[in-house]
Design a protein around this ligand. Structure first.
Ligand SMILES: CC(C)(COP(=O)(O)OP(=O)(O)OC[C@H]1O[C@@H](n2cnc3c(N)ncnc32)[C@H](O)[C@@H]1OP(=O)(O)O)[C@@H](O)C(=O)NCCC(=O)NCCS
Length: 188
């Protein structure tokens, strides 16, 4: 299905928590296996993410920006960013996920461009960074294509406690000193 028809982008609102948590959990189950434990992914991830998103959207952090992609009324992508998170690297893109069946159709690029625009709109504008699992070679290829620089390697923080991780998985920081570089690629 070509994604461009029927696709729109908007800010998330409290009523989106269930849809976002479902998409987020499905994406974790497909792409974080091996780094996060099977028990956590299969039994607890959805129950962890629903209250997280319900809380995030019910009382939004003024520094947070949650942008959704919607296709024919269904949430098919999300980008969640905290502005001004790091004095050196700037805004932190905490979550970026596209529905499995709609990957590689430009949705992630547009979400990244809208995130870059949100960072530029903030005062003062800053850089943008994220952490990606080292094992996630597809996402790393995507960030490299979008101009991100891999600047650092570090241990993955567990999403709520050590039993949720398998061993000590590693992640990589990707950074954009100038988020305006993201805007051109995200034009429809
Ligand atoms: C990573 C992700 C957000 C990218 O979004 P997307 O909508 O699939 O990406 P786009 O279609 O906008 O851009 C894809 C482009 O990235 C580049 N790219 C290179 N290798 C790639 C790969 N293995 N996978 C995806 N993109 C790749 C290409 O330029 C590609 O364009 P092409 O398909 O025309 O060759 C999405 O695939 C996703 O949700 N993955 C699972 C969750 C995840 O890993 N999130 C990141 C957590 S840090």
């Amino acid at each position: 299905m070509p994604a461009s028809a029927g696709l729109r982008f908007r800010a998330a609102c409290p009523g989106d928590a269930h849809a976002i948590a479902g998409l987020h959990a499905d994406s974790w189950q497909r792409h974080y296996r091996g780094a996060y434990s099977d028990a956590f992914l299969d039994n607890d991830a959805a129950g962890y993410l629903l209250p997280l998103w319900t809380g995030r959207l019910a009382s939004p952090d003024p520094q947070a920006r949650t942008i959704l992609a919607e296709h024919d009324g269904e949430v098919v992508g999300l980008a969640h960013t905290i502005l001004g998170q790091d004095a050196t690297w700037g805004a932190f893109l905490d979550n970026l996920h596209v529905a499995h069946g709609l990957k590689r159709q430009g949705i992630g690029t547009r979400l990244l461009a809208l995130t870059g625009q949100a960072v530029l709109d903030a005062s003062p504008p800053s850089g943008l960074y994220l952490w990606v699992l080292e094992q996630n070679s597809d996402a790393r290829a995507f960030y490299a294509t979008r101009g991100g620089a891999c600047t650092e390697r570090g241990e993955v923080p567990p999403p709520g406690g050590d039993p949720q991780l398998n061993g000590k998985p590693m992640s990589l920081r990707y950074a954009w000193r100038d988020p305006s570089k993201l805007l051109l690629a995200g034009r429809p």
